[in-house]
Design a binder for this molecule. Structure first.
Ligand code: NAI
Length: 246
């Protein structure tokens, strides 16, 4: 198993779904985890990590508030002394055909999915540059690669993460920092819970693997990218989509 002992990870949106699975997986590999979520939502995952013998702290932030996000990063740096791995995971969808999309729906999705990644990455970058080692991993989406009707805001935010990551990968590659995107297909979480059984079957039939993904499928890819053995992988988009986009 990947060895992340002595590494410290900061995971946004760690209270449930993919973020929770990522926090658990990184902790199982030995990393200390700053589990960032709104209010006390990350308590559950932290308790579970600690009960399994791992090290984790619940950090409270609304990722759309730069001040609260930067304060959470500062708290993690105080508690753990460093941040080696940043996982920009928190995300929302506000689906609507473009003709009907409200500016607030556009702004909320861009602020949560894209601007928060900018804020958080900038906050951890200086310590990473100083220690000449770092991993910035953003959770994108297959929709950022393929587009999807009703998701112009979401697709733009996720495609934005790809451009952001490639630009930053150029800037910091020589300093031992890799920057990548893990782009999930359809994963069984609260975000996809509203899909009805019939639509789920139609969806699964479009996926070569024949099923929706699990949060753990995504967590495995994130954990690999976080490890020393992935040090030569940067500026990449790793699809975790059961083959639905190739
Ligand atoms: P989820 O809805 O279960 O979890 C989202 C997490 O983000 C929650 O912990 C939530 O509290 C947090 N979050 C949202 N807004 C926040 C804010 N303003 N401040 C702090 N935390 C906030 O969704 P899921 O599925 O686990 O999604 C995680 C990431 O994976 C998102 O970026 C999503 O876009 C992406 N993704 C999900 C897919 C899926 O099929 N479930 C597919 C592709 C990408």
């Amino acid at each position: 198993m990947t060895d992340l002992r002595d590494r410290v990870a900061f995971v946004t949106g760690a209270s449930r779904g993919i973020g929770r699975a990522v926090a658990m997986r990184l902790a199982a590999a030995g990393a200390s985890v700053g589990a960032c979520a709104r209010e006390e939502h990350a308590r559950g995952v932290v308790d579970e990590i600690v009960a399994a013998g791992g090290r984790a702290e619940a950090l409270s932030a609304d990722v759309t508030s730069p001040d609260s996000l930067k304060a959470a990063v500062r708290t993690a740096l105080d508690r753990f002394g460093r941040i080696d791995i940043l996982v920009n995971n928190a995300g929302i969808a506000r689906d609507q055909l473009l003709m009907r999309m409200k500016a607030e729906e556009w702004d909320a999705v861009i602020a949560t999915n894209l601007t928060a990644a900018f804020t958080c990455t900038q906050a951890v970058l200086r310590p990473m540059l100083r220690q000449r080692w770092g991993r910035v991993i953003s959770v994108g989406s297959v929709v950022g690669q393929s587009g999807n009707p009703g998701q112009a805001n979401y697709a733009a935010s996720k495609a934005g993460l790809i451009g952001f990551s490639k630009a930053l990968a150029h800037e910091v590659a020589a300093r031992g920092i890799t920057v990548n995107v893990v782009a999930p297909g359809f994963i069984e979480t609260d975000m996809t819970a509203a899909i009805g059984d019939g639509a789920r079957e139609v969806l699964a039939a479009r996926i070569p693997a024949g099923r929706l993904g699990r949060p753990e499928d995504v967590a495995g890819a994130v954990c690999y990218l976080a490890a020393d053995e992935a040090s030569y992988i940067t500026g990449q988009v790793i699809g975790v989509n059961g083959g639905m986009y190739m």
